[in-house]
Design a protein around this ligand. Structure first.
Ligand SMILES: Cc1ncc(COP(=O)(O)O)c(C=O)c1O
Length: 450
């Protein structure tokens, strides 16, 4: 299994040929294979037993049946949830990292990888206006980043309080489900701020706190810089100021929308992000990196280190030299792959300007889509898009009609655009991210609602 023999040689050729073909697809098709486990079982049954199989046979099972049963998140026709659009450079470098088993746990083991990852974290911190001391690490996703950051927030509040009394976290009505999950895991109760139009503002936060009987129990305030369902950027300046007055940790969840920091046309909407105590942005979303990759930054990383650093006698050696940066100390993980490196390589190859342009492309497409929607009398725009997400309704449609429409679009391989909900109503939602999604595709999707 570990030697380079004739089978290894054959496997290298077959797997790399498959990878090459996949990389050359332009555009990447959506795919919609079998979803019935019985149909998938036909190719996998018996593959995992005491004896091995010919690698081409196993690869064949993957290529013929399993791979097509994965809807391609990187297709420009993937317009649901939050898509992905990794650059070719990032995909290639991801493969290199896998082939070389590059990990990024400690400086002792992986200084080169960590140095490059930190260069990317610095770039993001600079865009956000965080101080030179800011730092952190890459984790698997926004959920992992939010959890790791709020663990630190809770610990800071506990240290300040000196007791284990119940603590709470103030969140906006559109806070991501991973924030709510995190609060449950950490035994922190949410204080949901009531807002007029789903956007968390400093004024709304202040009003909720004033009406609340126990504001001093608020350990943290979470704002979102790009809500998932509607792309709303909270009032970061106002919310951050109230958090500071309160002495609470200020966390900004930019898992989806944080990438907009690189888009000049919307950068001003992020004003106040520079005051965040912690900030998360997912490069596997809108910074065109492969799964799975989230950048987690702390304003004062030494606080995070005091919470997350794992102590074990066999680990003393990695903590021996002051000044050495160990990504493992800044989140709840220990072992980690150097998942920031595909972004580092791609940024270095293409330059930041290309990223800004690609992010702007989705924002502009959302604006054009909104104009298309406004021009059709059978459609209604629910709110002006701020980023790349567009919510709209088909007048007169019942929920089942949205599902039928979405099913037909996927069946015909036109688009993957599952319905969403807004204020309890089933609605349609574009999530634009891929810079090559054409406006003609948008028109076709809308035509099919007429
Ligand atoms: C605003 C926001 N926060 C957090 C998450 C969770 O990120 P992940 O899916 O990478 O764990 C998402 C995912 O869509 C998100 O949009």
């Amino acid at each position: 299994m570990h030697s380079v023999d004739a089978t290894t040689e054959r496997m290298i050729r077959s797997v790399l040929a498959y990878a090459e073909n996949r990389l050359r697809l332009e555009p990447v098709p959506l795919d919609e294979g079998a979803r019935d486990p019985a149909a998938l079982d036909v190719v996998v049954a018996g593959l995992l037993g005491d004896d091995g199989h010919d690698p081409d046979q196993v690869l064949g099972a993957w290529a013929s049946t399993l791979a097509p049963a994965v809807i391609s998140a990187d297709s420009p026709r993937f317009l649901g949830f939050i898509p992905a659009a990794p650059t070719k450079a990032s995909l290639l470098f991801d493969m290199l990292i896998s082939c070389a088993s590059i990990q990024g746990i400690s400086w002792l083991e992986a200084a080169g990888a960590i140095h490059a990852e930190n260069q990317v974290l610095r770039l993001i911190a600079d865009r956000a206006g965080l101080p030179g001391s800011a730092g952190g690490c890459f984790v698997s996703g926004g959920s992992a980043g939010n959890l790791s950051a709020l663990v630190v927030a809770r610990e800071v509040a506990r240290r300040r309080e000196g007791t284990l009394r119940p603590l709470r976290v103030a969140v906006g009505p559109e806070a991501h489900s991973s924030i709510i999950n995190t609060l449950r895991i950490l035994d922190l109760a949410p204080l949901t701020v009531r807002t007029d139009d789903h956007r968390l503002t400093g004024a709304a936060l202040r009003a909720t706190l004033e009406a609340d009987g126990d504001p001093s129990s608020i350990a943290a305030v979470v704002a979102t810089s790009g809500t998932t369902n509607a792309g709303i950027i909270d009032d970061l300046a106002g919310v951050g100021a109230v958090a500071r007055e309160l002495g609470a940790w200020f966390h900004v969840d930019g898992a989806y929308g944080g990438a907009g920091l690189f888009a000049p046309s919307v950068r001003s909407k992020y004003e106040g992000i520079e005051n965040a105590d912690s900030f998360v942005v997912d490069p596997h979303k809108w910074l065109f990196a492969p799964f799975d990759c989230a950048a987690l930054l702390y304003r004062e990383p030494q606080i995070a280190r005091s919470v997350h650093k794992q102590d074990a006698s066999y680990l003393d050696v990695i903590h021996g030299k002051p000044g050495e940066w160990n990504p493992t100390d800044y989140a709840y993980h220990l072992t980690r792959r150097a998942r920031g490196l595909p972004l580092w390589f791609s940024l270095a190859v293409h330059g930041v300007r290309a990223y800004s342009e690609a992010i702007e492309a989705a924002i502009q497409l959302a604006r054009r889509a909104a104009a298309e929607i406004r021009s059709r009398n059978y459609l209604e725009l629910i709110r002006e898009p701020e980023l790349g997400v567009v919510l709209f309704r088909r007048l007169g449609w019942a929920p089942g009609q949205y599902t039928d429409w979405a099913d037909r679009l996927l069946h015909d391989q036109v688009a993957f655009i599952p319905p969403s909900a807004w204020e309890g109503e089933t609605v349609a939602r574009f999530a634009f991210l891929h810079p090559q999604t054409p406006i003609d595709l948008v028109r076709e999707v809308l035509d099919r609602m007429a």
